[in-house]
Design a protein around this ligand. Structure first.
Ligand SMILES: Cc1cc2nc3c(=O)[nH]c(=O)nc-3n(C[C@H](O)[C@H](O)[C@H](O)COP(=O)(O)OP(=O)(O)OC[C@H]3O[C@@H](n4cnc5c(N)ncnc54)[C@H](O)[C@@H]3O)c2cc1C
Length: 480
């Protein structure tokens, strides 16, 4: 049965991978004091598949495989897409309110590769589609976790890959052999590389003929000997549960992912020089992954709304008109995202491979909305919480009887709310909206994760039929 247990998943990461953190080589990510926080967070996806309370969401039945992770169901209809969105949303909710894309991002890439490689093979007689399906088959059978390394370090943004001073500013092919290719370069911001089995590498932009060797897509195992995984962790082993209710367990980690002349066997290559397909592949993956983004965000919006309503109650201000209107602002924030998910699924487009692809306009509008308004939503929660979210004494002062009695007495608000509950909620609000670990991380994640604000804008304009509206206005004015 292709369903790993949480324990089996964690063991699969003890494979000699080249991980570095804070200036040191990490021999085992599963026992490292900081990196293991993330490993445990990512492993919750594997626990969910064996948890009877949510199993029906996380596990599906696939013809050739029997029971499998629901992430591997290839969407063929609106209801498949809605089920995928529900799965992604449930994953965030199950994983203590922070996103977990251990299988979402990889399947986003696989679905995009299936469609584009089908087209490339049709034009060039290559066998990339079979290679993608071989990887898909292995991922389903072994229930693998995947990272996707798309964003190149990019050097000077005004220059194309072949124009860069350093030819390695974008990942590229440095050698072609009869049995595969050798690649060099580095990808940046790769989420979760430390705690996955496979890394799928995609081009980040469109390429010209001169950029041919940069038009490359492939997959490699995370323990490839020439792969260097340099980690950044949004966590600390110093964290305590009272002071950091979110970050203590719900965390994310990114890497600078260095390909130091990595050999990729031929059957793991999905694009190697067919430059005109680099852009379409980059964009189709981005579309899938932005659908994932709008699907993982609502539980974070729910937390902002829930925390705002609860602190208003604890502070004795619930029910005041200005508080209600602030809560409604948060409802509008999160439910607009949910509306975009539904519209994107219902108005999907079916590709020649039979895959139902979310509607791009609703995905990009939803992604822009969530990114552009996240800081505002967090500000609303901070507004209702008051300054104590960042100024209260720490849990250590609550443990010291000399200070605890003052804290218990003076930091109480409503008589029927224990001081410690109020302070813990305020810590949660700080952690969610103002700590480096979760709050600060989520600000930047919202803006840049899955592509910058400008990337959403460009994509929306490309996809939208503005001419339709121009024709409409002309017809109203009766002009040619
Ligand atoms: C938390 C987090 C997780 C992420 N996870 C992943 C992941 O798992 N895999 C992955 O591949 N990527 C990942 N990303 C990368 C993400 O997609 C990028 O951060 C995003 O595309 C922006 O790219 P950048 O960070 O290089 O910034 P830049 O591209 O440098 O953008 C900075 C600014 O410059 C502008 N700009 C850039 N280039 C040009 C240009 N040519 N002309 C005009 N303006 C320009 C942009 O619009 C933006 O305003 C992640 C990012 C974050 C923050």
């Amino acid at each position: 049965m292709p369903l790993k247990t949480q324990k089996e998943f964690i063991s699969s990461l003890r494979d000699g991978r080249n991980v570095y953190y804070n200036g040191e080589r990490v021999s085992d990510v599963t026992t490292h004091p900081v990196l293991s926080i993330f490993v445990n967070h990512w492993s919750l996806l594997y626990r969910a598949k064996h948890d009877p309370s949510v199993r029906d969401i996380f596990v599906t039945r696939l013809d050739e495989y029997g029971e499998a992770s629901a992430y591997f169901r290839i969407p063929r209809s609106a209801s498949d897409l809605l089920a995928r969105a529900r799965l992604i949303e449930s994953t965030t909710a199950y994983c203590n309110g922070q996103f977990n894309i251990a299988q979402a991002i990889g399947t986003d890439a696989l679905f995009a590769l299936m469609s584009i490689c089908h087209e490339v093979d049709g034009k060039y007689g290559t066998h990339y589609y079979d290679n993608v399906m071989m990887l898909y088959d292995r991922c389903v059978r072994e229930d693998l976790a995947m990272a996707v390394a798309q964003t190149d370090v990019k050097g000077d943004r005004s220059k194309r890959p072949h124009e860069q001073d350093d030819p390695d500013a974008y990942v590229h092919i440095v050698e072609r052999r009869s049995d595969g290719i050798v690649v060099r370069g580095a990808k940046v911001h790769t989420t979760g590389t430390q705690a996955v089995n496979e890394i799928i590498v995609l081009p980040t932009r469109n390429m010209l003929a001169e950029d041919r060797e940069y038009a490359v897509a492939f997959a490699i195992p995370a323990n490839d000997k020439n792969l260097k995984i340099i980690s950044r962790a949004q966590a600390s082993s110093e964290l305590g549960e009272f002071d950091y209710p979110m970050s203590v367990r719900a965390t994310a980690q990114e890497t600078l992912t260095v390909f130091d002349d990595v050999f990729v066997p031929r059957e793991r290559v999905f694009l190697a020089g067919e430059h005109e397909y680099a852009g379409p592949l980059a964009r189709l993956f981005a579309l899938w992954h932005r659908f994932t983004a709008i699907s993982y965000k609502p539980p974070i919006g729910d937390q902002l709304l829930g925390a705002a309503a609860l602190i208003a109650e604890y502070n004795g201000i619930a029910g005041y008109p200005h508080v209600r209107s602030k809560l409604v602002k948060l409802i509008r924030y999160v439910e607009t995202i949910r509306a975009c998910i539904r519209a994107a699924a219902l108005e999907h487009r079916t590709y020649p491979t039979g895959i139902a692809v979310p509607n791009p306009v609703y995905v990009y509008v939803g992604k822009y909305h969530l990114a552009d308004n996240f800081h505002e939503a967090a500000k609303t929660v901070q507004d209702l919480a008051g300054g104590l979210a960042i100024t209260q004494p720490t849990s250590r002062d609550l443990e010291n009887p000399e200070t605890a009695r003052y804290i218990e007495k003076y930091l109480k608000a409503k008589h029927d709310v224990p001081t410690r509950s109020r302070l813990k909620l305020l810590n949660y609000i700080r952690d969610l909206t103002a700590s480096t670990y979760t709050g600060g991380y989520n600000y930047v994640l919202s803006v840049h994760g899955e592509g910058s604000l400008e990337a959403q804008t460009i994509s929306t304009y490309q996809e939208y039929d503005v001419e339709r509206c121009v024709r409409y206005v002309k017809s109203l004015l009766n002009i040619e």
